[in-house]
Design a protein around this ligand. Structure first.
Ligand code: SIN
Ligand code: MN
Length: 237
């Protein structure tokens, strides 16, 4: 696995006035602007270029195999999550972290790779500016969405660290609903997350509610050969 591969934003340099208002969709010709969705919540469209997306997806395909691979998550109330999931570094279960897949096959969780922490720090620096990305990340949750999977509004609050969460999306696009810290309801902003996008939420938005009400089947870049959506959230425990 090589190091961070920069998306189109990194290669074209910072935005200039001349780029303002250029419509996305130029397939990497123009830098896509970062969007502040809420204070501390930054959407970085096209952050991972196609090669980086491929590398991350290939790694996910290996990690998803047993032991401690992809599983269906059962909630304490008896229901099942529609996404399937595995973890790296520390195993997340509702609601805590363990060193083994306590609600799966019981195997030790796979290690969290240092390069993925480096990718997350780069996204944080891009979101907030140089010097912001000094966090020691040690956990990744990987979620697989088929066309019908959803994720209800929730907060990522099983971590003791207040470090920003970094999300990378691969495959099918989705509607990512980013809400508020008070409750699951409005106000919220619906953001279209596409393959290669990063989303960083920290500071006043670290404990904001968020969810995925809809996936858009068939919208993955054909080169990925992926039916569905993979989301990787990198966290510091
Ligand atoms: C999550 O909240 O853990 C996943 C979000 C996403 O799939 O974009
Ligand atoms: Mn979450």
């Amino acid at each position: 696995m090589s190091g961070v591969t920069r998306g189109p934003r990194g290669e074209t340099g910072g935005g200039t006035g001349a780029e303002a208002g250029v419509e996305a969709g130029g397939d990497g010709l123009f830098a896509l602007p970062a969007v502040e969705v809420a204070p501390g919540a930054m959407h970085l469209p096209g952050h991972l270029d196609p090669k980086a997306q491929r590398e991350l997806l290939d790694a996910c395909r290996v990690w998803a195999r047993p032991p401690a691979g992809l599983r269906t998550v059962r909630m304490p109330g008896g229901g099942e999550m529609s996404v399937r999931q595995f973890s790296l570094g520390w195993h997340w279960y509702p609601y805590g972290y363990a060193r083994t897949a306590v609600d799966g096959d019981g195997a030790p969780v796979k290690p969290f790779p240092e390069w993925l922490g480096e990718w997350a720090r780069r996204a944080v620096e891009e979101a907030y500016g140089d010097g912001a990305g000094a966090v020691r990340y040690d956990v990744a949750l990987v979620n697989f969405y088929d066309g019908k999977a959803r994720m209800g509004m929730h907060r990522d609050r099983d971590e003791r660290s207040d470090a920003p969460v970094v999300s990378f999306s691969l495959g099918d696009a989705c509607v990512f609903r980013f809400g508020n810290t008070e409750g699951r309801g409005r106000p919220w902003t619906d953001v279209e997350l596409r393959s290669g996008d990063a989303f960083v939420f920290g500071g006043p938005s670290r404990l904001a509610h968020h969810g995925v009400p809809r996936v858009r089947p068939g919208t993955a870049p054909p080169a990925l050969e992926l039916r569905g959506r993979v989301n990787i959230t990198v966290r510091a425990r």
